[in-house]
Design a protein around this ligand. Structure first.
Ligand code: G4P
Length: 528
């Protein structure tokens, strides 16, 4: 046994669900929590969501548009394993937030709609997982609806994503013909009590054709399913854990979140195959989960979760050590020790006070702006965890105030929103008006709504004369100085003081790159 597998964090599975909107992420989340006993009845996730929305005005937008814009953390247990599910916003405008959340997980479940196959958002998120070598378990949802023939679907996914697939369960029929699932390795059929019902019994077999008699599955449904399965076994891969852990192969589970079919098998897979916390790259070295000193990093900050208390919670992913309440940790960026007095666990979206947490766990640390996304906490070592990027915004706007007396509040509120990652804020070297940068237009609505409701600062957006931004850097300081001499009116500082070139159009950016070969123009900036 390796040190990793005997360390206490071997009981942790920290994962996210990636999917295109509507594939069934919310429904699946609910079922997983239900299977883990974290909620009493299906529907609670939504009910709780309603309460939270009622508490927080800015979620009006979420309610109106019927989309989820916040990430949260849900924890549930089964068989002595603690599962930390990090929810990611499904809407593409919030992909930056999603990318950061994916930096904090050890595995991902990719949910695909059986009728739609790979969709744009699935592909984007898959690419992020691939970049980070995050192992992926595939869940093909909605088999109770008419869908694409399973073998064709798997073929499309495998070639579309250049990913090896290993089917672990197989549907018997689809849509109105759906009769159950076959657990391929165990040679077990998962069946409903009544046709169209939820998964409620298991039947072992030695040959799947026995199901015609044993489970009364009509031959015109059973035989093509078995044929498809046999073909799939011939052309697709067999499960190989190493290949899975390296991100090359994904085990595939069919199911229906709505009908609670196949969800238990998915959970088994997370338990058996998904990796416990292992090592995390930091600058200079890799940090192992089995190391005794506590380390962790902030992957998300959420302000004003409760408008009655101007609170701000930093979500910290623990990477090593055993964290205890009241502990003092070293805040690497600020180069000082801080006391973590009132850490919070997130248990099925309800807050619980944490006494102890292990690698893989997420703790919420209430603070007043001390912790930012990308910050590293240690017991004294000066290291920084990698992989919390800022992306070049695709939309830039000038922010104007109706009431000039509120300039100070505006500045403070924008800083808060930037720290939370709702927007990026750029301060031009010439001129006083701040420029906000976002990845998608919906983020602008959220920002304006929150500025008004939470800070009492109504804002307007004016068109900025820029279309995109690039972080500029050079090993030669004089190059930067020269560049500034000529381009000062197109340069701003981000909130960390890093210099950003604001391009008026794509041509200007290309030209600048050509004219200044000694200057790097980066569209991603690692934070921290
Ligand atoms: P999302 O979070 O990925 O956006 O998807 P969500 O779970 O909200 O599901 C989107 C729609 O798909 C919902 O229907 C949901 O009930 C349905 N759905 C999810 N899983 C399954 C499944 O396994 N089978 C079938 N047949 N449907 C499924 P809706 O009508 O948009 O919403 P609702 O009114 O049912 O909540």
């Amino acid at each position: 046994m390796t040190a990793e597998s005997v360390s206490p964090s071997a009981s942790r599975r920290t994962f996210a669900i990636i999917s295109h909107p509507d594939a069934g992420k919310t429904t699946l989340t609910e079922r997983l929590l239900l299977a883990g006993g974290a909620i009493r009845a299906a529907g609670d996730v939504k009910a709780r969501g309603e309460r939270r929305r009622a508490r927080s005005d800015w979620m009006d937008i979420e309610q109106k548009r019927g989309i989820s814009v916040t990430s949260s953390v849900m924890t549930f247990e089964r068989d002595g394993i603690t599962f930390n599910l990090l929810d990611t916003p499904g809407h593409s405008d919030f992909s930056e937030d999603t990318y950061r959340t994916l930096s904090a997980v050890d595995a991902a479940v990719m949910v695909i709609d059986a009728a739609k196959g790979i969709e744009s958002q699935t592909r984007k998120l898959f690419e992020v997982c691939r970049l980070r070598d995050i192992p992926i378990i595939t869940f093909i949802n909605k088999v109770d609806r008419e869908g694409v023939d399973p073998l064709t679907l798997l073929d499309d996914i495998a070639s579309g994503l250049a990913l090896d697939l290993a089917p672990m369960t197989w549907p018997i029929g689809l849509g109105t013909d759906f009769r159950g699932l076959i657990d391929i390795e165990q040679k077990v059929a998962l069946l409903p009590e009544v046709r169209g019902g939820t998964q409620s019994k298991e039947l072992t077999f030695s040959d799947p054709h026995e199901l015609e008699e044993k489970a009364h599955v009509e031959p015109h449904i059973l035989n093509p399913s078995i044929e498809g399965l046999e073909l799939a076994e011939g052309v697709l891969s067999r499960f190989d854990r190493e290949s899975f852990l390296e991100g090359h192969l994904s085990p595939v589970y069919f199911g229906s979140a709505l009908k609670e079919f196949g969800v238990d098998r998915l959970l088994d897979a997370l338990e058996k195959f998904a990796p416990p916390p292992t090592t995390r790259p930091a600058n200079g070295r890799k940090v192992s989960a089995s190391e005794a000193p506590v380390t962790g990093f902030v992957f998300k900050v959420q302000a004003n979760m409760d408008p009655n208390h101007r609170d701000r919670v930093a979500f910290v992913r623990l990477c090593s050590g055993k964290f205890k309440r009241g502990m003092k940790l070293f805040h690497v960026r600020e180069n000082r020790m801080v006391t973590i007095a009132a850490p919070i666990f997130f248990f099925a979206q309800e807050r619980e006070t944490a006494d102890e947490a292990l690698p893989g766990d997420i703790i919420g640390i209430p603070n007043h702006g001390m912790l930012r996304v990308g910050d590293t906490l240690t017991e004294g070592e000066t290291i920084r965890f990698e992989g919390i990027p800022n992306f070049a915004p695709e939309i830039l706007r000038r922010v104007s105030l109706d009431d000039p007396m509120k300039a100070k509040q505006l500045s403070r509120a924008l800083q808060d929103m930037a720290e939370e990652g709702v927007t990026q804020v750029f301060r031009p070297l010439i001129g006083a008006q701040a420029i906000v940068g976002v990845v998608g237009p919906l983020q602008l609505d959220v920002l304006a709504s929150r500025m008004d409701k939470e800070y009492g600062v109504p804002i307007r957006y004016d068109q900025a004369p820029f279309v995109t931004a690039r972080w500029i850097a050079s090993d030669d300081k004089t190059v930067i100085e020269k560049f500034l001499e000529v381009n000062r009116s197109s340069v701003a500082e981000d909130r960390d003081g890093a210099l950003v070139y604001l391009a008026r159009n794509a041509w200007a950016l290309d030209q600048a790159k050509q004219d200044w070969p000694a200057l790097r123009f980066a569209d991603v900036r690692e934070r921290g």
